[in-house]
Design a protein around this ligand. Structure first.
Ligand code: FAD
Length: 437
């Protein structure tokens, strides 16, 4: 079906890669260009997944295999909306698929959120993962009391990474500029704060359990907040929550000590106001109770010292290049946006699920694409050759998959003994490396 289609996929994260993989399998002779604004492929696998979770990043080997197909090209360093417009893309390709993720942090919407020391998770995570646009996003970590808002795995990642030691990060690809600040930080306490109760937290048991291994921090939670005899209609959910509660039970037996830092898991609190001058100094929170599964404010307000606030409460897409955006995603019906235009991944359904969730989602959208374009390619559309001509005329220095492999190799060559890579954190350094070559 649709043999020989010329397709542009914008974004080389998991959703874009699974789309390319499914198209390559199902559409004979198709021509696939995967454009990305970065010079490096694979989206949040490089810039989101925690630097000490290298096994998770191994999925990129499967993406390499997709890139190595002769009819699939990586065209890095081309930013949709800046370097190339929707109109141009549609004049070049039969099908354009957006896989650009949800690159903006959702805001808490509280007073004082614009103070220094307040960061969204994506900004913070991009910083310690070496995303070139966020190299200087966090100026220092001269802080003693951090609060991380959110009860998902990203909140656990942030807390674990800022509490880690140089030894604990030796086998990671944490970037140097972040490592220097993290290892020298006078940080004494980190609080992970959730609006609802421990039984509602989205933490995976594996990530929650990892916290007990932190060398310099004790994990503490309030035993009073742990529900007894938890049950759930869904057996899988019940098992997961019970496993989490067992870990929290163990953490609730810990107490703060002089020789270790404290990592508190706090529940039933809603942030109200970031207090301070230009810099956040404390956070006001309202104590909640649960009514019919929802957090309801009790009116009781507490104020907690805080000189670093990281909000891990989700992400959204905002207007880019004239795409129709609604509720933080590209407006679509099952991935269809308009004639010849599709969306996949987080840009389609919002920031939820694991890396694998994007696979099924992309496969379903590819089925729709092939159904809509069963007549095959439009002979007027030049595809890859047209993109090359456009980039040349507009002096866009594209980065190919072979170029990325050179960057990849150079990063591995300059890494320490245990670390998998020492990332380049400026695009210009990557381009210089390629031009020297
Ligand atoms: C901090 C964090 C940690 C995570 N850790 C895990 C984990 O450990 N395990 C797990 O299963 N899931 C994890 N996830 C979820 C997982 O990363 C997502 O499910 C997945 O990355 C979504 O894929 P995507 O392709 O839709 O978006 P992304 O991965 O965000 O990819 C989007 C791509 O589009 C490119 N792009 C954006 N705008 C443009 C533009 N204008 N022009 C050209 N290109 C553009 C970006 O550079 C990027 O390469 C994590 C998510 C976050 C935020």
């Amino acid at each position: 079906m649709g043999a020989g289609l010329k397709v542009a996929i914008i974004g080389s994260g998991p959703a874009g890669m699974y789309t390319a993989g499914a198209l390559n399998t199902k559409c004979a002779g198709c021509e696939i260009d995967i454009l990305d604004k970065l010079a490096t492929p694979y989206g949040l696998i490089r810039t989101g997944v925690a630097p000490d979770h290298q096994t998770t990043k191994n999925v990129s080997r499967a993406y390499d295999k997709i890139m190595e197909n002769g009819n699939v090209r990586f065209v890095g360093n081309v930013s949709f909306g800046d370097d190339i417009s929707l109109e141009t893309l549609q004049s070049l390709y039969d099908v354009v698929v957006f896989a650009i993720g949800t690159p903006k942090d959702r805001s808490l919407g509280i007073e004082g959120e614009d103070k220094n020391g307040v960061f969204g998770a994506q900004t913070f995570v991009y910083w310690y993962n070496g995303h070139p646009e966020f190299r200087d996003a966090v100026p220092h970590l001269e802080v003693e009391n951090a609060i991380v808002i959110g009860n998902g795995n990203v909140a656990l990642d942030v807390a674990r990474v800022i509490l880690s030691t140089e030894g604990e990060m030796q086998a990671s690809d944490l970037v140097d500029h972040a490592g220097q600040h993290i290892f020298d930080s006078p940080l004494k306490s980190v609080r992970i704060v959730g609006r609802r109760g421990p039984e509602h937290a989205q933490f995976s048991t594996k990530e929650l359990g990892e916290l007990k291994d932190l060398e310099t921090a004790t994990v503490i939670t309030d035993p009073e907040l742990l529900p007894r005899n938890f049950t759930h209609e869904d057996a899988k959910t019940e098992k997961k929550v019970k496993n989490n509660l067992a870990l929290l039970e163990a953490y609730s037996e810990n107490a703060p000590s002089e020789d270790k830092r404290s990592l508190y898991l706090d529940f039933l609190l809603t942030p109200l106001e970031a207090v301070g001058d230009e810099q956040i100094r404390s956070l006001k929170l309202e104590v909640n109770r649960i009514e019919n599964g929802n957090a309801v404010g009790t009116g009781e307000v507490i104020e907690v010292p805080c000189d670093l606030l990281v909000t891990c409460i989700g992400y959204e897409l905002t207007n880019v290049g004239g795409l129709p955006v609604e509720n933080g995603v590209v407006k679509n019906t099952d991935g269809r946006v308009s004639d010849g235009l599709y969306v996949v991944g987080w840009a389609k359904r919002g920031p939820s699920g694991t890396i694998g969730t994007n696979r099924i989602d992309s496969q379903n959208v590819v089925d729709l694409i092939l159904e809509d374009h069963c007549g095959g390619p439009d002979p007027e559309k030049p595809g890859s050759a047209g993109l090359d001509k456009y980039c040349k005329e507009n002096q866009i220095h594209t980065v190919s998959f072979e170029d990325w492999q050179k960057i990849n190799q150079a990063e591995q060559d300059r890494a320490g003994d245990e670390s998998p890579r020492k990332k380049f954190v400026r695009k210009r350094d990557m381009l210089t490396l390629l031009s020297e070559d």
